[in-house]
Design a protein around this ligand. Structure first.
Ligand code: AHG
Ligand code: MN
Ligand code: MN
Length: 282
């Protein structure tokens, strides 16, 4: 299965990198389903992904953060691919890293049907992280992606990336975030989940959290395009993920393609702490 998606995603990554590098196209007049004003670049990247995935005969349906409805590609295909073409696009104007995220589901949507996940980081360098039974890192060099190594996380890390507006965090969440800082964890948060989670993965471990808050009672990050793919990648890499609510978020079925959820990703130690704190405060 891997080869069916790895090569198209490599082509997508190169084309999106070129799109990022071309003259800034500014905002469109459209909003996406989550209410964000779309950049013309968001729309362009969405079309690049759509075009490349449409060429794969085994793709049944695609769903994009930038499209209101899912789109049927081949009724005889078996893969359902959800993607965020340009995660963190509001960071383009400040020249911070952005990414693309892909979740590959078999037969239908839903965390339990995910069979592979992948993201691309567009930073000083372009990298692809692809997880199926292992997590593999590829680096773009001289216009070709080269396999670099497998990624395995440590059992415990020392980075803390707390998302969401602090003023609106539940008090027990603030206490938990502070408890990590008191243990010596260091703050790392750029506001792009791809580079923030990539940093924790590559540096061995830590915690990225995006809780439910007063202003966003069901979190911000989108389950099909953002939460499940990273949960899958972290687990395959020896880390863990939780939604603070269910016994195992990766056994959940599908609800709405743009549905959101609170989420926690990290090494095993930090996620065990999240589980304990959130079970107590359910
Ligand atoms: P997108 O650009 O695709 O809308 O996603 C942005 C997301 C994610 O990348 C990041 O972790 C989160 O929004 C940051 O949210 P806050 O600004 O609330 O921290
Ligand atoms: Mn996003
Ligand atoms: Mn996006």
């Amino acid at each position: 299965m891997k080869d069916i998606f790895l090569e198209p995603i490599q082509r997508i990554a190169k084309r999106i990198k070129d799109a990022i590098d071309t003259k800034n196209m500014g905002y469109s007049t459209q909003e996406n389903s989550s209410g964000d004003t779309q950049l013309q670049l968001d729309i362009k990247c969405d079309l690049i992904v759509e075009e490349e995935l449409s060429l794969i005969p085994s793709v049944h349906t695609i769903a994009s953060e930038e499209k209101e409805h899912e789109m049927l590609i081949n009724k005889d295909g078996k893969y359902f691919v959800a993607y965020d073409p340009l995660d963190g696009s509001s960071l383009i104007d400040v020249n911070l890293s952005v990414g693309s995220i892909f979740g590959i589901y078999e037969e239908k949507w839903g965390a339990r049907n995910m069979i592979a996940a992948c993201y691309v980081v567009y930073g000083p360098r372009v990298e692809i992280v692809f997880s199926q039974t292992k997590t593999k890192l590829y680096l773009l060099q001289d216009n070709e992606f080269e396999f670099i190594r497998e990624i395995r996380m440590d059992l415990k890390g020392n980075l803390n990336a707390p998302g969401g507006t602090q003023m609106n965090w539940p008090p027990f969440h603030k206490e938990m975030v502070d408890s990590f800082f008191k243990e010596g964890y260091r703050l790392r948060y750029s506001g792009g989940m791809v580079p923030d989670l990539h940093q924790i993965l590559i540096k061995g471990g830590g915690l990225f959290s995006y809780p439910n808050t007063e202003d966003r009672p069901e979190g911000k990050l989108r389950k099909l395009f953002e939460v499940y793919p990273f949960a899958f990648i972290y687990r395959v890499s020896g880390g863990d993920a939780d939604d603070g609510i269910h016994d195992d978020m990766m056994t959940l079925d599908h609800d709405h393609i743009h549905g959101t959820s609170q989420c926690f990703f990290g090494s095993k130690h930090e996620i065990a702490v999240v589980r304990e704190v959130y079970r107590k405060n359910r």
